[in-house]
Design a protein around this ligand. Structure first.
Ligand SMILES: [Zn+2]
Length: 347
């Protein structure tokens, strides 16, 4: 498929009728995969203090080839060797989309909303995944967005432009809204080649932000949000890219959004970077700073795009870092669901 056509499809933001074979993730190349046929989407549920946390899947995005989406400008031999050393494919990287669902009393809070209909049937699974995990779409009370890229915000709208979560308030950084809603975006510090080709994606983001109307609220970094969230601006990937800290009592979990898109490449080499970063150098600096802080504090982390369910810790290794994924004895949820499954489900 022609590049221009791919971007056009993405830019339709929820209105696309034909699915492209490939599409753009802010400049990177995404190859569409088929929807997996399963009876129920699995989920991972655990307690954080008094909160019930559940991770559900929105599917995956397959980035193929690996470069230049990852490590643009880095010698191919070095990238291939690191992938091989980690027993990974050398021709593609699959990005998971791990959606965090927080239940706090009657509130059901999502951190990001997935890709919706923008990237084909290999993604956009969030509505079904929520129902399979015991949530009704109309009980989602709040959606906290880490940034406005289509694989995080696209899932707020159906194909016909209507709202997937009709009762939800939506929260986004003002820096993010200001950047995307401006007449022109500054991509001069990115690794994007053809900036013109991003226009349909930008149009789609504008349309999505506008569709939120009065339910859109700006993040306040000086206050906690919804009694269980603190926000940390971490610019680079986008100007308003925000890390979401979930807390209850003395326990906390840091959702690192798009700070890191690959466990095996970007922990040992944060400087190799990601093509989709709006400010490539700033993203590298932010990545290093945050990873160092997480390693020092031994904080529990949730990463949106790392392999399912994206939970783990960061530790230092030589001059850089490594990802230590949590492991689980069984695929079953660690705690029972507090909701009332079957009461008001719709999908
Ligand atoms: Zn992303």
């Amino acid at each position: 498929m022609e590049r221009r056509t791919m971007f056009k499809n993405i830019g339709m933001a929820g209105l696309a009728t034909a699915l492209p074979l490939t599409s753009s993730l802010a400049g990177g190349r995404v190859v569409h995969n088929d929807m997996l046929r399963v009876d129920k989407h699995p989920y991972h549920r655990f307690a954080l203090g008094d909160l019930e946390l559940t991770i559900v899947t929105d599917g995956k995005l397959t980035m193929q080839p690996v470069q230049p989406s990852f490590a643009p400008g880095v010698a191919a031999d070095a990238v291939q060797a690191l992938l091989r050393d980690n027993f990974r494919s050398t021709d593609k990287i699959e990005l998971g989309m791990n959606i965090l669902v927080i239940r706090k009393g009657r509130q059901v809070i999502l951190v990001d909303a997935g890709a919706g209909t923008l990237f084909g049937p290999g993604s956009g699974w969030l509505p079904q995944s929520l129902v399979d995990a015991g949530f009704a779409l109309n009980e989602v009370s709040d959606v906290v967005l880490t940034h406005a890229h289509p694989d995080h915000m696209g899932g707020l709208l159906r194909k016909d432009g209507s709202l997937v979560f009709p009762n939800a308030q939506v929260y986004l950084s003002q820096a993010e809204q200001d950047f995307w809603m401006a007449p022109l975006q500054d991509f001069s510090r990115s690794k994007y080649g053809d900036i013109k080709s991003l226009q349909p994606m930008i149009a789609g983001i504008k349309k999505n932000i506008q569709a939120q109307g009065k339910r859109l609220h700006f993040l306040d970094y000086s206050k906690s949000l919804l009694g269980c969230i603190r926000l940390h601006l971490a610019p680079g990937h986008t100007p308003g890219h925000t890390l979401v800290e979930i807390f209850s009592g003395s326990e906390k979990l840091l959702h690192i959004a798009d700070l890191v898109h690959s466990d095996v490449l970007l922990f040992p080499h944060p400087e190799w970077g990601f093509y989709g970063d709006t400010d490539f150098k700033q993203a590298v600096t932010t990545r290093r700073t945050v990873l160092a802080a997480l390693a020092a504090s031994r904080t529990k982390v949730l990463a949106y795009h790392l392999p399912w369910p994206g939970l783990g810790h960061v530790r230092t290794k030589e001059e850089a870092f490594e990802w230590v994924a949590d492991s689980f004895a069984t695929p079953y949820a660690a705690i029972p669901h507090k909701g009332e499954p079957g009461m008001k489900h719709e999908c």
